[in-house]
Write a protein that binds this ligand. Sequence first.
Ligand code: ASP
Length: 430
Amino acid sequence: MKNLALHWKIIIGLIAGLIYGMISASAGWGSFTTDWIAPFGTIFINLLKLIAVPLVFASLVTGVASLSDTKKLSRIGGKTITIYISTTIVSVAIGLFLVNFFQPGDQIPDVMKIELQETYEKNVETKTSSAQKVKERGPLKPIVDMVPNNIISSASSNRNMLQIVFVAIMVGIGLIQLPKGKSNTFLEFFEGLNDVVLKIIDMIMLMAPIGVFALIAQTINKVVGDNISQVIELMSALGFYMFTLILGLILHVCISYIFLLKFYTKMPLQHFFKGIAPAQLLAFSTSSSGATLPITMERCEDELGVSEEISSFVLPLGATINMDGTAQYQAVAAVFISQALGMDLTISDQLTIILTTVLASIGTAAVPAAGIIMLIIILESVGVPSAGVALILGVDRILDMVRTTVNVTGDAAVAVSIASTEKQLKTYSK
Ligand code: ASP
């Protein structure tokens, strides 16, 4: 066990969690799992979140301060955002093509539609009111939100990661402008902090197999409850929708990311996927790209050879704004719901979906189930009743796991590509 690669240990935890979750659901051990197993998952996620702010801050300050001039920073920034947006558009296009081709919404029996709407009516109400709050924000609000008025309060919530990124970049730029003698002490402190944080991540990862076991067991417990047959019925009714989305997500990984890696780097695909696998597995188990961020950064730097300067800039930004999986899910779900409700979407509606999903995925928080709130806004933009979300809520958690994995894979593929173009990839640079 000691010499086993980390991703194998996590896979074992994941499979054990799956098996235990199934047994627990069929044996009715729900409250035992919640009381005695789930807390280990919560501790694991809390540890990951705990480390995210200091890690991003320390590595970004040292990363930016090591740049010789600020021009380089804006060049890297421009490239990163362009690739992020382009891959998101491709992802949405793949999803739209598949959902229009397979028409999964036409396959749901009417009785099932009524049943689903009744079961999830209450949940939709709470999601709709959250969506309403997001909608009331002005168009420039996301930019305003990036600039904090108090560093301590921004550091108090991981949701404010972009504010941390903003402050760290400002501090880094300030450091570049100071004479060496004056900036050294400050810089050495952050370098030290960064090293300590990386060591703490190694310690946290020792717990990963247990954490993943507990997270998966509790997810099954929550999704299935003590009623396996209802879930099987739900999965078979929505199976075609799930198939369409998962196929689209796999195609996106195979087309867009493999293209990026082949085009910009000489990295063998196996090396990339093996290196990033632990982060993918954590994304799958936590459904949160935010919580996975420390591991994504560590794997990109240590295993894939991305320089700290690139990873500390590209990855926190990606975790917050680059969500190819989420964007594709929002597009597929919107069209699926409109098909199920018997509403035909015109070409212009579909174009609106491309635009709104790209924007919505940028605004989606890197936490579980955030994508569905933005989906309500997308539905409204094409005139589909938001109550239709009830149709897909039952299987949303499972799809959240898959789309978050794609989100994280996308961030890593872009980080490796940008590093290669900047000659900051240790090996396999083009
Ligand atoms: N859970 C996703 C993430 O953290 C966001 C979403 O699609 O709900 O990347």
